[in-house]
Design a protein around this ligand. Structure first.
Ligand code: DGJ
Length: 665
C-alpha cells in the first residue's frame, strides 16, 4: 500500500450500476469517463493520470472484467501481442510506473536496475518475455520485481504467470499486505500460473515478487505475466446483462456450425435459467455465466474464400482442411435437408485421408465452388468385423445383410487393410438412388499387396450424403482373346477409375486395367450399379473398349464438350506427379486420338505437380475446371488440390496454365 496515495482516495460518483461491480472516479463530476481534470490531485509527485474508472457493462463483460494483462519484460510500450487481449486500463504490453500513453491510467513496474528483460524463444504469447534478475547483482535484497496499478477499490482476481527455463526456483509474492505465494517451487519449462483474490482499499494494487529464501543469483525471482480482473458478483442481473451483451443473431451464418451450436445451447440455457422465478445460488449463476461467456468467446468465424488458390490448404466452412482427395465435383439437384425441396448444389466427394493412407469417403457441398460445407463421411470404413453387428451406425446401414455379406463388407472396407480410392458419385433417375463407385483394393487370400484385389467397388444410398451401403467389389471386363492382353496373369483388374454419364443417360466406368497398362471403358447397367453385361458375355466395342494398350495411363477424367469427348490421364508413378496426356474422340466407344500434354509452361512436365481426378464445367461462368491432386506421400492427409481453368483452342484442343490464384469470371 502506498501511503502517499491515500491522499487520493477514490470518491465514487459514477458507480456504474453493474450489479455490485465497482467503478470509481478519483475526481468528482466526471460521469462520462472522459479525461478527468487533475486539479483535485494534491500530491504533485504522483503521475497524473485518468483515475476515473467508468466502463460500460458491455466493455466489462466482454473483457472478462480484465483491467490489466501485463506481458512482463516485453519491450516498453510495445504493442499488445496479437491474439492476447489487453486489459481495459492498458494500451501497451508493459511499461515503467507512470501514465499509460493510450488509456491515461497509472500503472507499471517500479524501476529497478536489477531487473532484466528476457526474451524466451520457447515461451509463447505472454510467456515469450519475462523479467529476470541480472546475474551481476550483488545485493540480493534488490532481487525483486514490483508493480503498482491504480484501480478502483474492490475485490480483484490477480493471476501471476511464471515460465521458468532455468532450474527449479522458489518464488514469493505479496499483494496488498497479503502473501500470495509462499516460497513455492516453480518447475522448469512448465507454465506455472497462480490466481488469488485480493481486496484493494487504497486505490492502488501493489505487487511484489521475490524469493524469501534467496541464497545466490541462481535463486532470483522471475515473472512472465500479470492479469488483474475485477471479481464480479454473480447475480441474476449480471447474467441478464451478459445475455444482452453476448446476443448474436444467426451465428451460423458467420461462425462455424460447431461453435454456433455450442453458443446457442449455452445462450438458451442462460435464458431459460433467467426465466425461472426465485433465488438462485451464486455458483449456479457463475456456471451459466461462464458457459455463455466461453461459448461466445469460442465462436469461430467461418473461412470465406472468393478465389481458388491451387496448392494452398483449403478449409471447409468449419475451418477444417478439406479431405476429398482423388475426388469429383458435380452440380446436383439434391433435397434441401430442411424443406425436402430440390436445391442445386455443388457436390464434392473424395478420399478421407485424415488418418493417412486408409480412410472412407467424405462429401462436401457448396453454392459457389469456393466455400465447402462438410456433409460427413458418407461411406465409413470398418474398424473390424464385430462392429458391423454391434455399432449402431453399421447395424443400421447393414441391416438385413447375411453373415457372409457382412464378411465381405468387413474385408472390402477394412480400416486396417482395404484401400479405398478415387470415389465417384452418380445419381440414377430411374431408381432415385445415389451410387458411389470407387477403386476398391487391398490384399487378397494369396497376396499381401495393397493393390492385389484391383476391384471396382459399389455402394448405394437413398440420399446424396449417405450413409452409403457397400454392395460389392468386382473385377470387370477382360481382354478379348483376339487382342493382346498386357497382363494375362490377372484378369479384369480395375484400379484408378472415374464415371461418365452420356447425354442419353448411359453411364460408363473408365479405369486402369491389365496391371495399369491399359485403360478400359465399360458400360454400366441401367441402375448404374454394375456392368451392363457380365464380363463373360460382354461384347467388345459395345459393352467395353480397351484404350492405349501398354501406354500405362491412370487417373482418368472423361468429359463432353461441344460434341467432343475428352479423356485426361496421367502416367503411373505412384504418388509422384508425372506428365498428363489427353485424348479426344467423337464417341465414348469410338476411336480416341492422342493429343499430348495440355499443360503450358509446365517446366518439369508434372502437370503442375498434380494428378488429374476430375474435369467439370461451371455453367454460370462457362468455365471448365481441371481438378487434380498434389499428393504428399509422407503426409497424405495434407495433400493439396490443384484446380485450374482450362482454355480451349479453336480446334478444340485444351490448354492448362498454372495460376497461383484465380476467380471464376
Ligand atoms: C496413383 C493413383 O492414381 C492413386 O490413386 C494412388 O493409387 C497412388 N497411385 C498410390 O501409389
Amino acid at each position: 500500500m502506498h501511503n502517499r496515495l491515500r491522499a487520493r482516495i477514490f470518491t465514487f460518483v459514477t458507480g456504474l450500476a453493474l450489479l455490485g461491480l465497482i467503478t470509481g472516479c478519483a475526481v468528482k463530476d466526471a460521469p462520462d469517463g472522459g479525461a478527468a481534470p487533475t486539479a483535485a490531485v494534491s500530491a504533485t509527485d504522483l503521475p497524473a493520470g485518468d483515475d476515473c474508472f467508468v466502463w460500460s457493462e458491455d466493455d466489462l463483460l466482454l473483457s472478462d472484467f480484465l483491467l490489466y494483462f501485463v506481458d512482463c519484460g516485453s519491450p516498453d510500450a510495445a504493442e499488445f501481442p496479437t491474439g492476447m487481449f489487453a486489459g481495459l486500463c492498458q494500451s501497451v504490453s508493459d511499461m515503467p510506473y507512470g501514465t499509460d500513453p493510450g488509456t491515461g491510467k497509472v500503472w507499471g513496474y517500479r524501476e529497478n536496475p536489477a531487473m532484466q528483460r528476457d526474451a524466451d524463444s520457447l515461451g509463447k504469447g505472454a510467456t515469450a518475455y519475462k523479467w529476470v534478475i541480472d546475474d551481476s547483482v550483488t545485493d540480493l535484497s534488490k532481487a525483486e520485481i514490483c508493480y503498482d496499478f491504480r484501480v478502483p477499490d474492490g475485490t480483484y482476481t490477480v493471476t501471476l504467470g511464471f515460465y521458468n527455463p532455468f532450474g527449479v526456483r522458489r518464488i514469493d509474492a505479496e499483494c496488498e499486505g497479503t502473501v500470495l505465494v509462499d516460497s513455492e517451487k516453480i518447475l522448469r519449462y512448465q507454465e506455472n500460473e497462480k490466481s488469488f483474490s485480493v481486496d484493494v482499499t487504497d486505490g492502488e494494487l501493489n505487487l511484489k515478487v521475490f524469493n524469501s529464501k534467496i541464497k545466490n543469483f541462481m535463486d532470483t525471482p522471475i515473472l512472465s505475466y500479470i492479469r488483474i480482473a475485477i471479481t464480479p458478483e454473480y447475480t441474476k442481473e449480471l447474467l441478464s446483462a451478459a445475455v444482452k451483451a453476448m446476443a448474436v443473431e444467426h451465428p451460423e451464418a458467420i461462425y462455424t456450425a460447431g461453435s454456433s451450436k455450442n453458443y446457442l445451447e449455452a445462450y438458451a440455457e442462460a435464458q431459460e435459467f433467467l426465466a425461472k422465478d426465485g433465488k438462485a445460488g451464486e455458483n449456479l449463476i457463475r456456471l451459466k455465466f461462464n458457459n455463455l461467456r466461453e461459448s461466445y468467446k469460442m465462436l469461430t468465424k467461418q473461412y470465406r474464400y472468393d478465389s481458388f488458390k491451387p496448392g494452398a490448404v483449403w478449409r471447409d466452412t468449419e475451418n477444417t482442411p478439406i479431405q476429398a482427395h482423388g475426388g469429383q465435383v458435380q452440380q446436383m439437384e439434391i433435397p434441401d435437408p430442411e424443406t425436402g425441396k430440390p436445391v442445386t448444389k455443388w457436390v464434392w466427394v473424395g478420399e478421407d485421408k485424415t488418418n493417412g493412407y486408409r480412410g472412407g469417403v467424405c462429401a462436401y457441398s457448396s453454392d459457389d465452388l469456393y466455400n465447402w460445407k462438410f456433409e460427413g463421411i458418407i461411406m465409413k470404413n470398418v474398424p473390424n468385423r464385430r462392429v458391423l453387428e454391434t455399432d449402431p451406425y453399421f447395424k443400421e446401414v447393414y441391416a438385413g445383410y447375411s453373415s457372409e455379406e457382412l464378411d465381405n463388407v468387413a474385408l472390402a472396407l477394412s480400416a486396417e487393410r482395404a484401400v479405398i480410392e478415387r470415389p465417384k458419385l452418380i445419381y440414377n433417375e430411374k431408381t432415385d438412388k445415389y451410387i458411389l463407385w470407387f477403386h476398391a483394393d487391398g490384399p487378397t487370400a494369396t497376396s499381401d499387396s495393397n493393390y492385389a484385389a484391383a476391384c471396382a467397388g459399389v455402394a448405394v444410398s437413398d440420399t446424396p450424403f449417405g450413409p452409403y451401403r457397400f454392395v460389392g467389389r468386382y473385377r470387370l471386363n477382360t481382354c478379348p482373346p483376339d487382342q493382346e492382353d498386357k497382363y494375362p496373369e490377372s484378369k479384369g483388374m480395375a484400379r484408378d477409375m472415374n464415371l461418365f454419364r452420356d447425354t442419353d443417360g448411359t453411364a460408363y466406368i473408365i479405369y486402369s486395367s491389365e496391371e495399369n497398362l491399359t485403360l478400359y471403358i465399360s458400360k454400366l447397367n441401367d441402375e448404374y450399379t454394375y456392368l451392363a453385361t457380365d464380363p463373360e458375355k460382354a461384347v467388345y466395342g459395345v459393352d467395353f473398349i480397351r484404350l492405349f494398350p501398354g501406354a500405362q495411363r491412370e487417373a482418368p477424367a472423361l468429359f463432353l464438350r461441344d460434341g467432343k469427348y475428352y479423356l485426361m490421364t496421367s502416367g503411373c508413378t505412384g504418388w509422384a506427379p508425372n506428365q498428363a496426356r489427353f485424348y479426344v474422340s467423337d464417341s465414348v466407344m469410338g476411336e480416341w486420338e492422342s493429343k499430348g500434354d495440355p499443360c503450358l509452361d509446365d517446366e518439369n512436365h508434372t502437370t503442375f505437380e498434380s494428378q488429374s481426378t476430375c474435369i467439370f464445367r461451371d455453367p454460370a461462368s462457362d468455365t471448365w475446371i481441371y481438378m487434380g491432386d498434389r499428393w504428399f506421400a509422407d503426409a497424405l492427409h495434407d495433400s493439396r488440390y490443384i484446380w485450374l481453368p482450362i482454355e480451349f483452342k479453336e480446334n478444340g484442343d485444351m490448354e492448362i496454365s498454372f495460376v497461383s490464384e484465380w476467380q471464376l469470371p
